[in-house]
Design a protein around this ligand. Sequence first.
Ligand code: IPD
Ligand code: CA
Ligand code: CA
Length: 266
Amino acid sequence: MRLNSPQINLLTRACMKASKSLIRDFGEIENLQVSSKAPGDFVSSADKRTEKIIVEELLKAHPEYGIITEESGIINKSNVNNRWIIDPIDGTMNFLNGIPQFAISIGYEENNEIKCGIIFNPVMNEMFLAEKGNGAYLNNSRIRVSNKKKIKDALIVTGGPKQVSKIKEKIFREYINVSNQVSNVRKFGSAALDIAYVACGRFDGYWQRELNYWDIAAGLIILKEAGGFVDFFEEERNYPLKKNILASNSHIHDELKELIIKKDIE
Ligand code: IPD
Ligand code: CA
Ligand code: CA
């Protein structure tokens, strides 16, 4: 690993500490307390425990930094210049069903720009890390996006719609449009890992509506540092934490965007 700035070391330490408890919880999911935040949207005692450990570690190092978390909201609201963006388990549904496709995701934002990020799948022992200007890594190896140039050869990943979505039909239409033009489409259930997989070339592109900032904050810098391109579309001005994202190896970006945006108008 060639990334060793203080922020990266802190992120790695917080993540490793939290992942020990997360792995223990994954070994006994039947004993976890689970409650529902909305239809089809669950939170478990593992999400809360993991988040608590991460927040404690980060606050110990920088008590004045702002923190946006999925489960406990915003901490140190007045500091908007230095913020951690935390999703303690991205892929909770997978986690609760014993499927090892989930990750801890933490991004560090400075003056509205993500500067570094970590996405860690503790079961696969895969740690994606990146820092602005210093590249993206999977464990000890530098990663790059795929080199695929033709949309018809591309393997694309997506997610959603949520059970409560009001635009399900639109999302299903997009799914059909894209499926008809690419090699294939996958749905793996963790937005953070979906982006990380584009960053390391496993997928060529990813799009999804109705995400939250914490699902993708760390992924933004990991993908960019791996040579990929990220775009947001149809942003909702009043909800800056809500995101519709299109992320790709950059070569297929415009074609993929056209498949999504164009059909939208019809
Ligand atoms: C979810 C995952 C999933 C995506 C959902 C997210 P969570 O996050 O990223 O892939 O389709 O929209 O809410 O709830 O597991 O942290
Ligand atoms: Ca999430
Ligand atoms: Ca989560």
